[in-house]
Design a protein around this ligand. Structure first.
Ligand SMILES: C[S@@+](CC[C@H](N)C(=O)[O-])C[C@H]1O[C@@H](n2cnc3c(N)ncnc32)[C@H](O)[C@@H]1O
Length: 270
């Protein structure tokens, strides 16, 4: 054990001891201790605040990055779907221009105009013929027609497969819409409240077009129900003279390539 030299003070003696235990020295030491503790406390609090702020910033960055990623992914999915539909359509047109009848799917504006002529409150199935990739189908659903009420008649197997994936509660009938009532045999529980057609009618002779519409009114539609058809042509795709049909036509839907109009036919005497 090493003893301090006589007259010297131990190195680790407190300040108070070194100052001779005076009460002033003791108070000073207490205050210093207090100040040091407060200082340590403030530093700890500041550290906590910095950590919290950092966490908040990191959290916000994480959130924003997450939201951005979701938006980019959604936009990419939509672009892929749209591009995919355009590409599918174009391929179908190259394979069979007469049957496909257009180089691109209808725009949402034309599809919405078609659907606007269907009254969702009138009960019964809605038959869509020539749905393709489904823009009009989507508009019909947006109009308030439950998917399960839709019966889609499409000739192209690749479109049918796509439609089955997109509208799983709808009835997809792969077949010839020009033989409408025959093709629909076993698929309609009751008469339809509308037929909505995107068929390229002008690629068929007038007699075949009239036969289709007559078949729809005779065998598929409820009395008073409409046959709705869009066309890029200047004239009605259905001969009206002597047909017993009354008709109305929309104005031109310009936001479609090419611009189109919608004809609505009804039996004069249901
Ligand atoms: C002009 S596209 C319209 C597609 C879609 N409704 C749209 O508006 O984008 C015509 C569609 O009718 C289909 N189609 C053509 N002839 C058909 C037939 N005899 N029976 C059923 N579908 C037919 C084509 O495969 C194509 O999907």
């Amino acid at each position: 054990m090493v003893h301090p030299a006589p007259g010297s003070r131990p190195r680790n003696a407190s300040l108070a001891t070194r100052l001779g235990q005076s009460s002033v020295a003791a108070r000073l030491e207490d205050e210093m201790r207090l100040t040091a503790a407060e200082l340590a406390d403030s530093v700890a609090q500041a550290r906590l605040r910095v950590a919290a702020a950092r966490y908040k910033v990191e959290d916000e960055v994480r959130n924003t990055a997450g939201k951005l990623k979701t938006r980019v992914r959604k936009a990419a999915d939509e672009a892929r779907a749209k591009f995919g539909d355009d590409a599918r359509f174009l391929k179908s047109w190259i394979d069979s221009p007469g049957r496909t009848g257009a180089v691109a799917p209808s725009s949402p504006f034309l599809a919405k105009r078609m659907a606007s002529y269907v009254d969702p409150l009138v009960e019964g199935p809605v038959v869509e013929i020539g749905p393709g990739t489904g823009p009009v189908t989507e508009a019909l659903i947006a109009r308030g027609i439950d998917e399960s009420r839709l019966v889609l008649v499409e000739f192209a197997p690749e479109f049918c497969e796509l439609l089955r994936g997109r509208f799983p509660r709808a009835t997809i009938v792969e077949g010839d819409a020009y033989a409408l009532s025959k093709t629909l045999q076993g698929h309609l529980g009751e008469k339809a409240s509308a037929v909505v057609s995107s068929l390229p009618l002008f690629n068929r002779p007038p007699a075949e077009r009239s036969a289709l519409v007559n078949d729809a009114f005779d065998n598929v539609l409820q009395p008073g129900a409409p046959f709705i058809q869009f066309t890029y042509a200047m004239v009605s795709p259905i001969t009206r003279k002597g047909s017993g049909l009354k008709s109305q036509v929309s104005d031109w839907v310009l936001r479609n390539i090419p611009p189109a109009r919608v004809w609505v036919y009804r039996r004069s005497k249901p």
